[in-house]
Each structure stands twice: as C-alpha cells, then as structure tokens.
Design a protein. Structure first.
Length: 101
C-alpha cells in the first residue's frame, strides 16, 4: 500500500470517529516496515477527552514502533498540521519513537 492509499484509508476511518479532532498515525517498525494505522477514539470513562492516536498505536504495537507519522484531518478531509501533545511527546521520547508530521 502506498502512503497515499494509507492516508485515504486513515481518513475514511477517522471520519467514523465522533472526535472533534480527527487524528491518525501510521506506524513503522525499525526496518521501516508498516505496522499499521491507528486513530483517536473518544474516551467514555472520562468527559472531554479521548485516547490519542499515538497512545492507541502504543497499545497495539508497543515497543515494536520505531517511528510514526502523525496526521490530522479537517472536517472536510483536508490534511492539517499537528504535533503530539505534551503527554504523548513525553512517552514517545522516552520510548525513542521518531514522530514525523
Ligand atoms: Zn496526545
């Protein structure tokens, strides 16, 4: 799958998410092989927050992830710039995961 196809797939997935900010990640292992995609989900136990896409990916693949590409979509599907929040950045830095935006 090409990166463009991946982005399209992520976009379709995030469109089904009720989150206001639709964020997805594409994850790669240390050889640069694709692990898969993840996207943010609403959190039901707590109001006002969702599980961030970066953390979703970590739950799925953990330390296998070596790098991830972070993407954010607008309501109309346009790609918007995004950077990991403070919390995610801390975790990702600790695990030595490279984030590209
Ligand atoms: Zn975050």
């Amino acid at each position: 799958m090409t990166q463009k196809q991946l982005i399209n797939k992520l976009h379709r997935k995030t469109m089904t998410s009720p989150c206001r900010f639709k964020v997805g990640v594409i994850c790669y292992d240390k050889r640069g092989n694709l692990l898969g995609i993840a996207y943010n989900t609403p959190r039901f136990s707590k109001k006002g927050g969702g599980l961030h896409a970066e953390m979703m990916a970590l739950q799925k693949w953990g330390v296998k992830i070596k790098s991830m590409t972070l993407l954010r979509f607008s309501k109309t599907g346009k790609l918007l710039p995004i950077h990991p929040c403070k919390n995610c950045r801390k975790v990702l830095t600790k695990l030595n995961i490279r984030v590209t935006v």
